[in-house]
Write a protein that binds this ligand. Structure first.
Ligand SMILES: NC(=O)c1ccc[n+]([C@@H]2O[C@H](COP(=O)([O-])OP(=O)(O)OC[C@H]3O[C@@H](n4cnc5c(N)ncnc54)[C@H](OP(=O)(O)O)[C@@H]3O)[C@@H](O)[C@H]2O)c1
Length: 255
C-alpha cells in the first residue's frame, strides 16, 4: 500500500540563522535539497564546476523566481587544494557556513566488473570519491559545533548492484567515510547520511509511486540540521514508507 506524503502538511524548520552549502546542488537530488532548504529561510550556496551548468539549472528552476537567499559559486572538485580554496572563497564572500550537504556524483551501470575501463574507474570511483573526500576534508574544520555535515547516498552503499560495481564500491566507501568522520569529529560538529532508494527527480522518465522524492530528501536534510540530536546516524529511506518513518522520527511530519 502506498504511503502518501503531502508536503503541505510538513513542518519546515526555521533555519533563517543558517548558511548551507549544497555540494552537487545542480544535480537531480541536489535540486530537491535546494528547494526544501530555500523554504527554511537559510542562505543556500551551491558550488558548481561550470558556469554553463549553473545557467541551465537556473532555467530549470525558474518557477522559483530569483530567491534572495540562493547563491552560486563556481570552482573545481578535482583536488584537495582546489576544494579547500573553494571553501575559503565561500566563507570570505558569504560568511561562516553552518551546514554542508554533499550530493555529489550520480549513477552509472552497464558493465560487468571485468569489462570496466580505467577511464570509467577514474570517473566514477576516483573522481567522485575524491570530490566527496576533499569536500569533507575542507568543510569539517570550518563547521560550528551546532552544524552538520551530511552525505546523500544510495542503497548500493550496503547492497551490491549487478553491473554497477564501481558505484556500489564508491558508495560503500563513502558510507565508511561518514562513520569514520563521525568518530573523528566527535562533538566538534554533527555528521549524518541519508541512504536512499530510487529518487523521483525532474530527470526521471518513469516514476514509481513508492519512490521517495528529492524534495522529501531535502526536508529530511533540513530536519537533520535543525535537530541537535541528529548525529552519527544513517537515515534509511529506500521507499515512501521508510521516508514517512524518517520524517516522523525527525518531527517534521505531519506539522
Ligand atoms: N538520483 C537518484 O535516484 C539517487 C538515488 C539514491 C541516491 N542518490 C545519490 O545522490 C547523490 C547525487 O546523485 P544525483 O542523481 O543527484 O547525481 P547528478 O544528477 O549527477 O548530480 C550530481 C552533481 O554532483 C556534482 N559533481 C561534482 N563533482 C562531481 C564529480 N566528480 N562527478 C560527478 N558529479 C560531480 C555535479 O555538479 P556540477 O556539474 O554542477 O559540478 C552534479 O550536478 C549520489 O551520491 C547518488 O548516489 C541518487
Amino acid at each position: 500500500m502506498s504511503s502518501i506524503i503531502d508536503l503541505e502538511k510538513a513542518g519546515y524548520p526555521n533555519l533563517a540563522d543558517r548558511r548551507v552549502v549544497i555540494a552537487g546542488g545542480t544535480g537531480d537530488v541536489g535540486e530537491g535539497l535546494l528547494r526544501s532548504w530555500l523554504k527554511t529561510g537559510a542562505q543556500v550556496i551551491v558550488p558548481s564546476r561550470t558556469e554553463g551548468k549553473v545557467e541551465r539549472f537556473c532555467e530549470a528552476i525558474s518557477d522559483l523566481g530569483e530567491p534572495a537567499n540562493l547563491h552560486f559559486v563556481t570552482g573545481s572538485y578535482a583536488s584537495f587544494d582546489e576544494v579547500d580554496r573553494l571553501a575559503q572563497q565561500i566563507v570570505d564572500e558569504h560568511g561562516p557556513v553552518t551546514d554542508v550537504v554533499a550530493a555529489l556524483g550520480g549513477w552509472w551501470q552497464g558493465k560487468l566488473l571485468w569489462e570496466i575501463s580505467s577511464e570509467e574507474w577514474q570517473r566514477y570511483f576516483i573522481d567522485a570519491s575524491t570530490a566527496h573526500f576533499a569536500s569533507a576534508r575542507a568543510w569539517s574544520p570550518r563547521l560550528p559545533q551546532s552544524g552538520s555535515y551530511q552525505l546523500i547516498l544510495g542503497g548500493s552503499a550496503t547492497q551490491a548492484v549487478p553491473k554497477a560495481s564501481i558505484i556500489s564500491m564508491q558508495q560503500a566507501a563513502l558510507l565508511m567515510m561518514r562513520r569514520a568522520l563521525s568518530q573523528e569529529a566527535g562533538d566538534r560538529h554533527r555528521v549524518a547520511s541519508q541512504i536512499l532508494g530510487p529518487v523521483v527527480t525532474r530527470a526521471r522518465k518513469h516514476i514509481d509511486p513508492e519512490w521517495v522524492s528529492n524534495v522529501e530528501v531535502g526536508l529530511v536534510s533540513a530536519a537533520i540540521a535543525a535537530d541537535p540530536a541528529a548525529t552519527g546516524t544513517d537515515y534509511v529511506s529506500y521507499d515512501k514508507k521508510q521516508m514517512l518513518e524518517t520524517l516522523q522520527k525527525l518531527n517534521v511530519y505531519p506539522r
